[in-house]
Design a protein around this ligand. Sequence first.
Ligand code: ADP
Ligand code: MG
Length: 333
Amino acid sequence: MKLARVGEFGLIDRIQRLIVDESPDVVLGIGDDAAVLHPQKDRLILFTIDALVEGIHFNLRYSPFESLGWKALAINISDIVAMGGIPRHGVVSLALPASWKVEDVESLYRGLRRCSEAYDCVLVGGDTTRSLDRCCISVSVIGEVEEGNVKSRKGAQEGELLCVTGELGGARVGWEVLESDTDRGPFLKAVNRFLEPKVKLREVQELIAELNVTSMIDISDGLASEVGHICRQSGLGCILWEEKVPVAEETVIWADRRGESISRYIFTSGEEYELLFTVKKNDYERWKATQPIQKDLNFTIVGEMVKRDKGIHVKRGGEIVPLSSFGWDHFHQ
Ligand code: ADP
Ligand code: MG
């Protein structure tokens, strides 16, 4: 059924039925002029927004509506998590072409709801407008963090270790597989990573409870770019040990098939939503010594922070090359 048949209010009614907005700290959810929330005592509020624009961030040729819903919320939750916080509430603004079907919007909300439940981020409202021929999904999320636990990009210091969670490269592989209409079979993990990124909410909370993380950022624009942000905002340089960066197996296979260097995927794959963070060497050593052999938070040390005037370099084999020489740094020191 076309959107025009149900109209704005008919659609909002359906949306309201599809999402759960009940939670002890939601006094009023969807249905009034604004949501009413109970603030948490002694917590700071984190507040973020991110949009997905058709033709820029997604392509309806291969992106299922449900995955879009998931992703639109997940990318916001990732920003909250990267600040050391936990997500609480979200609002969704939709600009939809009249050609969309009601069922498409319902699928979108099924994805939003799934993500909302997975990370306990309650949807409490939104806005619905018509657009000409492309869709835009904009989500804003409020989260909370204890005062001493905020992890910004500017807390790194000289001599600290640079670490990354998980494995990199997969999201870009997923995007390239979809764009090129390649058989997804062997690359399903990468495709899913691109379509429905998971957020390391629990893992990051565990990490910062155990280890004194000094700065943190999520990898949404690619490792090269995010390293640049931490360096610039902390007033430092860095040496990245390329061989240490963990790479997903599918990335190796795909890069080989395309005759591309793996480095390109390591440094430029965006939308990974892994975390890049720094810790003091002493803190890391102390923490490591107390770890049972089997237990390991899944992260890898990939570099070291150095003085700003030493710049940002990549160490590969015996060579040390400026990151800028790869042409991948979208940043200027
Ligand atoms: P107003 O004109 O006062 O902004 P709306 O008619 O836009 O009110 O919205 C009515 C209610 O429905 C509000 O509570 C709003 O948050 C909610 N709402 C509107 N669009 C959406 C949407 N796309 N997703 C979730 N809630 C929505
Ligand atoms: Mg409104």
